[in-house]
Design a protein around this ligand. Structure first.
Ligand code: IPM
Ligand code: MG
Length: 368
């Protein structure tokens, strides 16, 4: 009986794949794992971690950005925590293997078509943004970025020499109606759980894919009469984001637009070092990563902000592991650390990566 209970526990113990990657990835992941272990103990949730090398580090070690066996390991897990991939060392435009291929393998391979990037203005950090406080106050938006289509995956995508000697390049922006439908549904459903407002962002005055996007979202919207929604052109949206960010609740958009708009939106929160993300498909399985990238200029210095990765772990607890209380506790701990005035270098402070992890751990203990 005891044995049965023990083996059952092992079977149900959530497994997390940890893919630190390159640059500051390993530094911030280390803190997130440490914090997750503490959360696990506090909430009686034993977590199992499985680490693998991806990105530039994997190119150096194995010649590929992600090995099939490491992908298979992720497949056996309930969620993935990822640092960041890439860096100048692997940036040769002629290279056939690129660190980013690991990301695309994960996103496409696990059909993680919905990338959720929440942007909130934290009152404790309102002074950190380059935007005026009265414009920012109360900003709380969620970008839902389509993640497995568009320019990132369209074929052909190549550089070649034309017969007359001119070098040419092409990328392909393609979307199918079902691809747009499912991300629109995700956006509307999420809006339902929030302030019931959705903005669909496209470039329908120029692009055929955007016209299909607009038509499809308009059809999906008919099933959501409770949601107030509108389409907006992406160039206008990039302006509105800094002119009046409070007008947005959920923004749903295609892959490339979402990539660009979320870097812009990160400045509302004060720093890229704060923004978490979740990439989901149809089930609970998800990929969680900070949106900031590898930050090669500060890698190895121990000064990176681990909060985006720690907050990504909170999203993991909520969305993949069904642990909303643990997620709340973790987010609460981060909030108190910021309210106490601790800041990493990206926010003008001197708190180190490890100290930030320690502070969050201390707050978790203090709360329970
Ligand atoms: C992101 C990043 C990636 C992307 C890069 C690293 C390929 O910028 O997740 O936003 O463009 O999707
Ligand atoms: Mg990006």
């Amino acid at each position: 009986m005891v044995q049965f209970a023990a083996s059952r526990m092992l079977l149900t113990m959530p497994k997390i794949a940890v893919l630190p990657g390159d640059g500051i990835g390993p530094e911030v992941c280390r803190e997130a794992v440490r914090v997750l272990q503490v959360v696990g103990r506090r909430f009686d949730l034993p977590l199992e971690f499985h680490e693998a090398v991806i990105g530039g580090a994997a190119i150096d070690a194995y010649g590929v950005a992600m090995r099939d066996q490491d992908f298979a390991m992720c497949e056996k897990c309930d969620a993935i925590l990822l640092g960041a991939v890439g860096g100048p060392k692997w940036d040769d435009p002629e290279a056939r293997v690129r660190p980013e291929q690991a990301l695309f393998k994960l996103r496409f391979g696990f059909k993680l078509f919905a990338n959720l990037r929440p942007v909130r203005v934290n009152p404790a950090l309102i002074g950190a943004s380059p935007i005026r406080q009265e414009v920012l106050q109360g900003t709380d938006l969620l970008v839902v970025r389509e993640l497995t289509g568009g320019l990132y995956f369209g074929k052909p995508s190549k550089v070649w020499k034309a017969p007359n000697g001119t070098i040419k390049a092409v990328d392909t922006l393609a979307y199918s109606q079902p691809e747009i439908e499912r991300i629109a549904v995700t956006g509307f459903e999420l809006a339902r759980g929030r302030r019931k407002k959705l903005t669909s962002v496209d470039k329908a005055n120029v692009l055929s894919t955007s016209r299909l996007w607009r038509q499809t979202v308009t059809a999906v919207a008919k099933k959501y009469p409770d949601i107030e929604w509108a389409s907006m052109l992406v160039d206008n949206c990039s302006m509105q984001l800094i002119r009046d960010p409070r007008q947005f609740d959920v923004i749903v958009t295609e892959n490339t637009f979402g990539d660009i708009l979320t870097d812009e939106a990160s400045q509302l929160s004060g720093s890229m070092g704060l923004l978490p993300s979740a990439s989901l498909g149809n089930g609970k399985f998800g990929l969680y990563e900070p949106i900031h990238g590898t930050a090669p200029d500060i890698a190895g210095k121990g000064i990176a902000n681990p909060l985006a990765t720690i907050l990504s772990s909170a999203m993991m607890l909520r969305l993949s592991l069904d642990q909303p209380r643990a997620a709340d506790a973790l987010e609460g701990a981060v909030q108190r650390v910021l309210e106490a005035g601790h800041r990493t270098a990206d926010l003008g402070g001197t708190t180190t990566t490890v100290d930030m992890g320690d502070l969050v751990v201390k707050e978790l203990h203090a709360a329970g």
